[in-house]
Write a protein that binds this ligand. Sequence first.
Ligand code: ARG
Length: 247
Amino acid sequence: APASAADIELAKQSTINKILKSGELRVGFDASYAPFEITDKNGRYIGFDIDLAKELAKAMGVKFVPVNTDFDGIIPSLLSNKFDVIISGMTLTQQRNLQIGFSNPYFLMGQGVMVSNKLQGKIARYKELNDPKYVVVSRLGTTGEEAVKKYLPKATYKSFEKEVDCGMEVIAGRADAFVFDIPALENIASVQGKGKVFVLNDPFTFEPMAIGYKQGDPDFANFLNNFIFQFKNDGRYQRLYDKWFRS
Ligand code: ARG
């Protein structure tokens, strides 16, 4: 159907108006990334980002609507209006920031390495993996993949579709190391990898996580930045940090 005058008027408005009008905040994420977004045994989405998203919906007085989507296509999905924001452990990179807007950061982390126990005593620093004899894995389309290509160009690189697959490669001994976001590595190492892997958790990149939104919307940008400032400083950030990282 052709766009009505009302549709055209709505398209010109801030995302804020659309969210308030629909009464829904649609949040895009890929539930494969503990402890930020995962599916629990009852099929519910849980994690730090999910709680953050619920706080954002509450601050706007609307309903939180989760949209689980593949990380590799998450930016195109935002741009084609499948959801209003990305909250998915997404690193704010300069390259992504040319395509989408980012709020101020809500979490800081960096890349580390989960290493197979068979390399205990041999690998103490990530750079030592920069050798074709080592098989290094990461997830397609992530900053982990970018880090391997940039900092370990000589390693034998294999990419996988999901974080769990990367983790399993190292746990099962088929790969030597998994380069990825440290909080996610520590979770995999302590849950699935106990006794089989160790984590080099001295970050070798600097990665702020931020909320992604469609460019050209200064009102929404302003709202998100002020929401993050409030969330980080009024105790909510600390509560969520303790809930998801200290248990
Ligand atoms: N921080 C990394 C990146 O931005 C990985 C994020 C993966 N997120 C997820 N929900 N699976 O590329």
